[in-house]
Design a protein around this ligand. Sequence first.
Ligand code: THG
Length: 269
Amino acid sequence: MMIIGEKINGTIPSVARAIASRDENYICELARKQVRAGADYLDICAGGSPDKELETLNWLIDLVQDTVDTPLCIDSPNAEIIEAVLPRVKRSGIINSVSGEGSKGEVIYPLLRDNDWQIIALTCNDKGIPYDAGSKVAIAVQLIEKAGQYDISPERILIDPLVMALSAVNDTFLTFREVITEIKRIYPTVRITSGLSNISFGMPYRRAVNLNFLSLAIAAGMDTAIIDPTDKDTIATILATEALLGRDKYCRRYYTAYRQGLFGKRKTV
Ligand code: THG
């Protein structure tokens, strides 16, 4: 499982405060902690008001890439902002995200020409987020085909099926699983990603829902997730699930992570 660390996100109150006071130490420490905990990419989201987003994102990007070598996942709802910040990013990473909304694709896809950036594509369009698997897959197919017109191969695309809250849509995981199966049938090399926060919206003890969703989603074929890697139970869940699925010979990665203190009692992360 490829891990995208979610913690450098201006919508988290403590991070918003660090951004407001330009607290470099706080942000650098978030970057280091997530990398130590096994993040393969670091999601960078400015949050806050749109008029400050560009300046904030530039500051965050410069700071994080001066601190760690881990590639970034540039997270903005605004395609023009992604276009504006991309030249300062040193290593190819992930653009988060494109969707079927408006003319987003026309701005985003050209940014992936002649490089090896990857892209997260959300299954929504101007009509919103569809609930049913068929409509989600149809949007994914449109996005993948459109990317192809810009020479972006399926290997570089991560589809985020935008999982709905379980409390509102009781078959949300079943739909998610159906979408994964169908997309992979059509495009075996396209990967699937998701966040964990929507699934448990409005429910008590969200952690139980999030972690069990994570495990079931990995079993269903999710390749990467946007998570908090410094959360030990999240890392333990990923490693235990992968071992159970026969993807960890002699449970070596599970044991190693335990010895490194990535989960369990030892406090080294
Ligand atoms: N898909 C895509 N991008 C995304 C999301 C997605 N980007 C944003 C979001 N969802 C993923 N990122 C976060 C970041 C922080 C939190 C949730 C999702 C969050 N953090 C709290 C904190 O750190 O204090 C609480 C963490 C907790 O409760 O464990 O809530 O779905 N493509």
